[in-house]
Write a protein that binds this ligand. Sequence first.
Ligand SMILES: [Zn+2]
Length: 286
Amino acid sequence: MSEPQCTPKLYLGGSKNVAGSEAWSHFADFLRASPRVLCLVGAGLSAPSGLATWRGTNGLWNDIDLKELASPKKFQEDPVTVWNFYGERLLKSLAAQPNAAHHALAALARSHDEWLTINQNVDGLLEQTNHPTPSLLDIHGTLKNVCCTTCDYNINVNTPHDIPFLLLLSNADGQSRPAEISDLPHCPECTNLLRPGVVWFGEKLGAGAPDNIDDWISQEQIDLVIAAGTSLEVFPAAEWVNTARTLGASLAIIDVDHRFVDDLDDDDWFFEGDIAVILPRILSFL
Ligand SMILES: [Zn+2]
């Protein structure tokens, strides 16, 4: 009898065979005995919260070139379009809640003295859990902080009411989205434009990265690298994972689809399935 679709699977190394539940237990033993863990998370972590992709669900943004739009140049040329894009993302993030994977990850981080989570998401959901703050690095910034393009002013956004532009946007449809620069959020202190607190292409990474991450990796042997809901092909994330592995760390990947990873070692792990099931299940074995 085949297993139901929702049952997560664990593959060991490059094996095509699904490992049994004892392998989950062995992984939990390894995780428990690993003092230093580096965890890289991406969009897949927030997918169960309904924040699956960068694209709008209504198709309005299907034709955009994200690399062009998410740039200081585009913001300078066309802040209205850029703000409409990020404003929609921010509204969705404000409406979303952390899922079971966020909470399980926070619990795993709390159970280790030397754990570092590199968060590539900008939705702020992991920050709403009790993940220890010092070990959580938002390298791409966060949508929920809006800052001035000129002075030091910034504001944490907790509801759409915090920024009138968001209320305007939340009441608009595709044809009537805010269209004037005067509609956009402006600094109450210096009157210049505010911008989303995310890191755009060509800008320096947030949270002190990459220097502090390079330092952390080189300080001492890392036992385990966990890549949860993220591509391992994107720079600089791929480089951190590779460096840690070169220095002897084992690798555990958690993703929706089991795909070919060309250099998995025999003692690496690939968890396939719903991350909101997998991370709590790992936690249950600890
Ligand atoms: Zn200002």
